[in-house]
Write a protein that binds this ligand. Structure first.
Ligand SMILES: NC(=O)c1ccc[n+]([C@@H]2O[C@H](COP(=O)([O-])OP(=O)(O)OC[C@H]3O[C@@H](n4cnc5c(N)ncnc54)[C@H](OP(=O)(O)O)[C@@H]3O)[C@@H](O)[C@H]2O)c1
Length: 305
């Protein structure tokens, strides 16, 4: 199989195309032919050696994919030809590849309403947004939500899910992304470069911060007393709140078939439409990484092996 391999940590140019023997599915596993794999911000963090998860090099990057089952290990409860999608565990080899072995229990049938490219684009981003919005923040209809980084992969899914649940959604992005945010269902797009979120909002029941770093303080400032904020761009733990009357949370984005099936269910129910997607051949992963690391991708980049 063909893979895009990381043999050393560094800039985008360290990614190299390589050939590997096809992996063999063990008990309970499936061999999947990957049709599309997405680029996530986590990928360039691993490439830089900045991830909490350390990998043995050479390592295949890529956390999510959509594809077709072409091989079955003993007892795997899927069928050859099933169209499936999933998110790889952080510790395993990834999806910048033409084939991958996965535990059958971690993949689900892909949404009927989406293509493989669209499905790959929403797999990890949708899973992360769903866990944060539904499980961690427990967002309710009528609540005021702020999504920081609404034009990005995870943020765009969170804006849509917040709107679908019936919350009033504010979202931060540069002004040239504001029409895009409105199209996703945001009621109030805000340019983070010239807004004091504590002044402009300050009434948020819930904040989902998909950026981290400089945005953490403004996420806490945007909350009403008693409000709650969830962070995915700030490392593995919830940041220390800057005030005593709010709650800081770190979503636990565990992988399972049940969770992927919920992502598919939300897509087929119309809660999620695909984000803006730029597709590139897997061979252009270097270019994709340079764009992702620059921090201003609108929607998603999807690689085709
Ligand atoms: N399992 C997990 O815990 C998990 C899973 C997925 C992602 N993550 C983390 O979540 C974060 C987001 O990932 P992603 O893939 O969604 O990233 P992404 O798509 O690369 O994010 C790009 C977006 O960030 C926006 N942005 C940049 N600076 C901003 C700022 N100061 N305020 C508001 N928006 C800003 C950009 O919009 P503008 O161009 O308008 O600035 C752009 O649309 C990353 O840190 C990633 O590592 C964690």
């Amino acid at each position: 199989m063909r893979v895009m391999e990381l043999a050393e940590h560094g800039g985008p140019e360290v990614l190299k195309l390589a050939e590997r023997p096809d992996p063999v599915p063990g008990a309970g596993q499936v061999l999947i032919e990957i049709r599309a794999a997405s680029v996530n911000a986590a990928d360039w963090k691993v490439r830089r050696g900045k991830s909490l998860q350390q990998h043995v090099l050479p390592h295949v990057l890529g956390r999510d994919f959509s594809g077709v089952v072409i091989g079955l290990g003993e007892g795997a409860d899927l069928a050859i030809g099933d169209e499936v999608f999933g998110v790889c565990p952080q510790e395993t080899e990834g999806a910048y590849a033409s084939r991958i072995v996965m535990d059958a229990g971690l993949v689900a049938l892909k949404p009927r309403s989406l293509s493989h490219v669209e499905t790959a684009a929403i797999a990890l981003a949708g899973l992360t947004a769903m866990v944060a919005i539904e499980d961690t923040l427990g967002l309710k209809p009528g609540e005021n939500l702020l999504v920081q980084g609404g034009a990005g992969g995870v943020g765009g899914m969170a804006v849509q899910l917040g709107h679908y649940i019936g919350a009033k959604v504010a979202a931060t992005a540069r002004s040239d992304n504001h029409d895009y945010l409105r199209g996703l269902g945001a009621d109030q797009p805000i340019d983070y470069r010239d807004a004091d979120l504590g002044q402009v909002l300050g009434d948020r029941d819930a904040v989902f911060d998909c950026v981290g770093g400089d945005t953490v303080a403004s996420s806490f400032a945007a909350l009403r007393p008693g409000g709650r904020a969830a962070f995915v761009g700030s490392g593995g733990t919830a940041p220390e709140p800057t005030r005593a009357d709010v709650t800081s949370l770190r979503p636990a984005v565990g992988r399972s078939r049940a969770r992927m099936a919920r992502v598919a269910e939300l897509a087929d129910a119309g809660a999620w439409k695909p984000p803006v997607i730029e597709t590139m051949p897997l061979t252009e992963a270097v270019k994709a990484h340079a764009l992702s690391e620059a921090g201003h991708v609108r929607g998603k980049i999807v690689l085709i092996p």
